[in-house]
Design a protein around this ligand. Structure first.
Ligand code: ZN
Length: 472
């Protein structure tokens, strides 16, 4: 069967015949399907002008690439992670979170050109073919059924696609193609080197929270900075690359007011509280636990212990009978009900039960899980622990479950995202003094330096216009 599906195709970049699993039509169809999933699950960032801007630059590069005929599309997804990714067929995304870490339009063209290169050289097709064989959906390892998904997050299928890995050679080829596409389209190809420098500084450990994606799929950025240096020299020998477009001012102007970090419309962690202004609920996890809002679920862990709590949303529940839903849903995750009953949590209908489960050698974990009906959605909120640890944490599980409550419109209004603003550096300012200034202390000084294209040990100059993160 595999042999029948596989075939040879000419690589558009190298011209070589190579063995691939799908035709261009199949590639486009697959990309289009995954694109729908990405848009539905991650959501696009709501700023039409910024979306159009990225699309215009992306299309300008793509039409001069090796595969101008693909149905190219470019979009900014509403994620705080620092990431850029491509799907087969020419569907390319930047995250909202990468935008502040680019310094000018040439950097932006560099990132877009690099991702275009992964598509034109058919890296995306080959990586997707490998990943499909490895069962994309299992990456999350959810203890709940596949019917449970993230609160405003990303489903299993989409997530697998985003974690496509390319080899080192593919990355270098994408850097080369990105620089070439930028230069022939009129942008300074040094943007490829500059954005790699910035991303390598992030990977050196200034502020890794919420930063994993581009870095985990793009290893050794610092190595590549040097290689790009020689790529730029080769380009300069072939064509005049002086005086090409950089447009720092125009790029920065478009970032004014950009949401930075978590978007309350997708849920924010504030201390031990998790608040969601769009879905209108709040809850409080146990004191001292670490709460992380991932793209797939909200997870709270007790430091040093194999004990955790999870919040997810049940998509398209098959029944509104919460007891039936809970039993069916948990059974598909290998758990059986020990005891439980219908109840009310903050005035909301709920079913709370204790379950024992574990497929394989999990050592019979126990779970205290609530299914809560709120505004036409059903939430799964619960705690899991090994059998011997369960009794110690059951009361904390119960307290957190009981804390789930609707958020009023007035409360939701008060929860505002942090945003990018600008500041003119004054004589004597340092990254440290700027970061410590009232209202500017949202991100640490190292992150401020990196965000503005500086090494962390180099100070800004008086008169520089720099990006800041401010409250509300
Ligand atoms: Zn790449």
């Amino acid at each position: 069967m595999l042999l029948l599906l596989a075939g040879c195709a000419t690589n558009p970049v190298t011209g070589a015949r190579e063995f691939v699993m799908m035709s261009e039509a199949q590639e486009i169809a697959m990309g289009r399907e995954a694109d729908g999933e990405v848009r539905r699950q991650m959501g696009l960032y709501e700023d039409d002008a910024l979306q159009r801007y990225v699309e215009e630059i992306g299309l300008a590069l793509a039409t001069r690439s090796h595969r101008p005929e693909l149905p190219w599309s470019f979009a900014i997804v509403d994620s705080p992670a620092i990431n850029a990714f491509a799907l087969p067929g020419g569907f390319i995304y930047l995250t909202r979170g990468i935008m502040p870490f680019l310094s000018d339009e040439a950097d932006l063209a560099g990132v877009l050109g690099h991702e275009i290169g992964h598509v034109t050289a058919r890296h995306t097709v080959r990586a997707y073919t490998r990943a499909s064989g490895a069962q994309l959906g299992l990456l999350i390892g959810s203890i709940f059924s596949p019917a449970a998904r993230a609160v405003g997050g990303l489903a299993e299928t989409g997530l697998g696609v985003l974690f496509l890995r390319y080899g080192r050679d593919a990355e270098l080829q994408a850097d080369r193609l990105g620089a070439e596409y930028a230069a022939i389209s009129g942008w300074d190809p040094a943007g490829v080197r500059d954005m790699l420098s910035t991303l390598s500084r992030i990977s050196e450990g200034a502020d890794r929270r919420g930063v994993p994606s581009w870095l985990s799929t793009h290893p050794a950025a610092s190595d590549r900075v040097e290689r790009v240096g020689s790529i730029l020299s080769e380009l300069a020998a072939r064509m005049d690359i002086t005086g090409l477009r950089v447009n720092r001012r125009g790029y920065l102007d478009r970032l004014d007011g950009l949401v930075y970090g978590e978007n309350p419309e997708q849920g924010v962690v504030r201390g031990r509280d998790f608040l969601h202004t769009e879905l209108r609920f709040a809850l409080r996890f146990p004191a001292g636990w670490e709460v992380v809002n991932t793209e797939t679920q909200v997870v709270a862990t007790q430091p040093g212990e194999e004990v955790y709590m999870v919040l997810q949303l049940v998509t398209d529940p098959e029944t509104r009978d919460l007891e039936t839903l809970a039993i069916d849903n948990m059974r598909s995750g290998g758990y059986r009900l020990d005891a439980g009953g219908e109840t009310s949590i903050s005035g909301l209908d709920a079913f709370v039960g204790t379950f024992t489960g574990g497929r394989g050698n999990d050592g019979q974990p126990r779970a205290r899980i609530a299914y809560i009906d709120h505004r036409r959605s059903v939430y799964v909120l619960g705690g899991l622990a090994e059998a011997q640890a369960y009794d110690r944490v059951e009361s904390e599980f119960n307290e957190a479950i009981r804390s789930f409550r609707p958020l009023t419109a007035a409360e939701a209004e008060e929860i505002r995202p942090n945003r990018i603003r600008f500041y003119i550096v004054q004589a004597g300012d340092t990254w440290q003094s700027i970061a410590q200034d009232a209202g500017h202390g949202i991100v640490p000084s190292n992150t401020l330096a990196i965000m503005n294209g500086f090494p962390v040990n180099e100070q800004p100059r008086a008169g520089d216009r720099i990006k800041l993160v401010v409250e509300g």
